[in-house]
Design a protein around this ligand. Structure first.
Ligand SMILES: Nc1ncnc2c1ncn2[C@@H]1O[C@H](COP(=O)(O)OP(=O)(O)O)[C@@H](O)[C@H]1O
Ligand SMILES: [Mg+2]
Length: 224
């Protein structure tokens, strides 16, 4: 059976995904700080805007103005698409006692085709109890799935560790996992990525190199 796929808009990645992310899938993009997670989110939503889709960018880390400014450097001028894209941001330290899932209503009310959440790691600040954290993350992913939107959610990989995320529940609850890696080599860094899981897809799980250029993420060749 043919399934509908959503093109990510990242050159080279859609080939690995055999056309794109299956519609309605929630995909985790993991990586250390500087790995390219925020760039991935912007590039993914920018593609959606070009396709005439409604998009939402939920940021737990940076103000919308900063995300837009950085995106513009890649040539993605979100200001031109105000009707189609909704930026939601909140300083996690500002209102600690508030509802963790503060964008829930917005998400459920609107007809959102593409969603990016950057990053879920900050959710750990809302709870001390690991059980509560796992529960909160699980419930958020479940609600996103119920809306039918195709989503990219990011999580920070603990530095210098093999682990993709601090809380493994994220990896189990999502439909797909794309791991971004960064290795510093002298002055230059070396970037690679791997699609580790994608439900409903016969994906290529090879590790491939990628670059971040002035046009964004550009996925290259497989690493042997
Ligand atoms: N124009 C550019 N050319 C090359 N690399 C860039 C450019 N703009 C940003 N970068 C790289 O992208 C990285 C930022 O990635 P980002 O998506 O913010 O990472 P994360 O969200 O995972 O912390 C920067 O560290 C920088 O190395
Ligand atoms: Mg970031």
């Amino acid at each position: 059976m043919e399934i509908d796929r959503v093109e990510t808009g990242l050159p080279g990645l859609d080939e690995l995904l055999k056309g794109g992310i299956p519609e309605g899938n929630v995909v985790l993009v993991s990586g250390e700080s500087g790995a390219g997670k925020t760039t991935f989110c912007s590039q993914f939503l920018w593609k959606g805007l070009q396709e005439g889709e409604n998009c939402m960018f939920v940021s737990f880390e940076e103000p919308s103005s900063q995300i837009k400014k950085e995106a513009k450097l890649f040539g993605w001028d979100f200001e031109k698409y105000e009707e189609q894209v909704n930026f939601k941001t909140k300083d996690p330290f500002e209102k600690e006692d508030e509802e963790l899932f503060w964008f829930r209503n917005e998400l459920e009310r609107k007809d959102i085709d593409r969603l990016a959440i950057d990053s879920t790691s900050i959710l750990t600040l809302y709870h001390e109890d690991p059980y509560e954290i796992r529960k909160a993350i699980y419930e958020m992913i479940k609600t996103i799935k119920e809306t039918g939107t195709t989503a990219v959610i990011t999580a920070e990989s603990p530095s210098g560790s093999e682990r993709l995320t601090r809380h493994d529940v994220v990896q189990y609850a999502v439909d797909g996992v794309i791991a971004l890696y960064f290795q510093g080599v002298g002055e230059k860094g070396y970037r690679s990525l791997q699609v580790r899981k994608m439900r409903k897809s016969d994906i290529s799980t090879e590790t491939v190199s990628f670059e971040i250029t002035d046009k964004g993420i550009d996925v290259g060749q497989s690493i042997v």
